[in-house]
Ligand binder design. Sequence first.
Ligand code: SAM
Length: 253
Amino acid sequence: MPEYDAYSVCYDLLWANKQDDVPFYLAMAKETRGPVLELACGTGRVLLPLARAEFEVTGLDVSQAMLDKLQAKLDQEPREVQGRVALKCADMRDYRFSQKFKLVFCAFNSFLHLMTTDDQLACLRSVREYLADDGRLVLNVFAPDHNRLTGRADTEVAVERDPETGRDMVVTDISKRDLTNQTIEVWEGVDRIGDDGTVKRYSATFTLSWIHNREMHLLLRLAGFEVVAVYGGYDKRPYDYASGIQLFVAKKV
Ligand SMILES: C[S@@+](CC[C@H](N)C(=O)[O-])C[C@H]1O[C@@H](n2cnc3c(N)ncnc32)[C@H](O)[C@@H]1O
């Protein structure tokens, strides 16, 4: 999809250093013992640490450009790590595998790129087909905060450190929220200073939905899952409204 291909250019500048969720997924992989399927794996922020930790991981993403970035990183890894990873360019609503997985997860709000209830259910039903009977599904979506959704400025600008050059870079987010349909259209721009001092802009547009806690319980129930736990943090603290995140762990019924 072109919007995610464009996002792949600046994704690692923004998020490659995000690490807070990685120990949680490592612990889940250890508990279920793999093999693991990561839906919407992007450039491998979580997938690569799992493969380095000796888990068999399949990464699925709809954007070939994201997967190309991941493949380039994988090419730098030892052969044993490379041998534990399989990549598949496919839509998480509809895909085919010839194996089942002990752990299927969709990290860092990626499930929210599914914009309708039908899309979300199609994805969950596909997971159900390829999740082992004793396997676990983990979905991480942000916890919608009513004040923030209705009150936050539509444009946010921040100066951050460019992880590649160490110089300042300007990150701009323009969000158009549709409170009726529970969707957000995001324009994200990164202005980087090059070696010659000129500024170059990288930008991408993508859409997100948001999912309320009880809504997710219903989606999972409708798709044939039982919720095992809902955490409000990667340290497994219980979910509450102020948690900021919702981390659902579910199993097949
Ligand atoms: C926010 S990035 C997250 C990447 C990675 N999960 C992480 O935590 O760093 C969202 C990813 O979702 C992928 N994506 C969006 N819609 C998708 C779909 N329908 N099927 C598969 N991947 C999708 C995008 O291509 C992108 O790589």
